[in-house]
Ligand binder design. Sequence first.
Ligand SMILES: Nc1ncnc2c1ncn2[C@@H]1O[C@H](COP(=O)(O)OP(=O)(O)OP(=O)(O)O)[C@@H](O)[C@H]1O
Ligand SMILES: [Mg+2]
Length: 284
Amino acid sequence: MNAKILEIENLTVSFDGFKALNNLNFSLETGELRVIIGPNGAGKTTFLDIITGKTKPTEGQVRFKGRNLRNYSEHEIARMGVGRKFQTPRVYLNLTPRENLELACNRYKTVFASLLKRTPSAEKRTVSGLLETIGLSHKADMKANLLSHGEKQWLEIGMLVAQSPDLLLVDEPVAGLTDEETELTGELLTSLAESHSIIVIEHDMEFVRQIARGQVTVLHQGSVLCEGTFDQVQSDPRVIEVYLGQEIHHDQPVSLEDAPQLLEIVEGADPETPGTLQGDFAEA
Ligand SMILES: Nc1ncnc2c1ncn2[C@@H]1O[C@H](COP(=O)(O)OP(=O)(O)OP(=O)(O)O)[C@@H](O)[C@H]1O
Ligand SMILES: [Mg+2]
């Protein structure tokens, strides 16, 4: 078995000459949970678009489980085991969580046929297991439009997991969530990481601190700026510079010693007040 589930070499993506990704190299071990951070426009979403096949590389290659993805369609790549969670939950609001998950378990059948058919008991167990995993057993049979934003996010994560992907791509899962929902989302992703390889893109640094066990990758201008543990990257002067360089008008260059305080400033900033440091980390 290939130890690396994902290997990306010299990847460049140009949009009319503008390089959204620029000679990027990246790899992910099987079973790893990797968090990717980076300022707005760094190329994070484009990076996920490349892995799912939505966008094709201008140069370079992406290998998933050892297979070069260049010649596969988005649909084929999904069937190979790449699952993507978009930022806005995509669930059927007029169905219940249980029905949504049943549909996800039957993704090759039509919506109508799945609803009419009685659910086989093996699948029922899967659905109830999924409901438990995402913490929605007690709301399994109410319409999904009554769920909170966070609960809808968890439902969509459950629907993704129902399709048994090997690699889960999760784009900004906690934007707009309450603190409690954010923490529960972290626990959910951490538990899913026991049986999946996961890439999480996130702006919320407190959340990154919660879930990042191993490596964190920082993207900047379409390339990997640095990789390391959360503590290493948060105190890396280059990271501080790209996140905070324009906002903090130091007379002196930002030093390593400033790093923890600077992060505290960001985390403590008022998201409601325009022009505060929070801007760089808040949802675009
Ligand atoms: N289809 C496209 N055509 C032209 N430019 C694009 C296209 N998609 C993305 N870009 C540009 O590529 C750069 C990277 O965009 P991307 O959405 O990947 O950044 P991001 O890191 O996800 O940013 P954010 O944190 O704001 O979500 C941006 O400058 C963006 O304007
Ligand atoms: Mg994005």
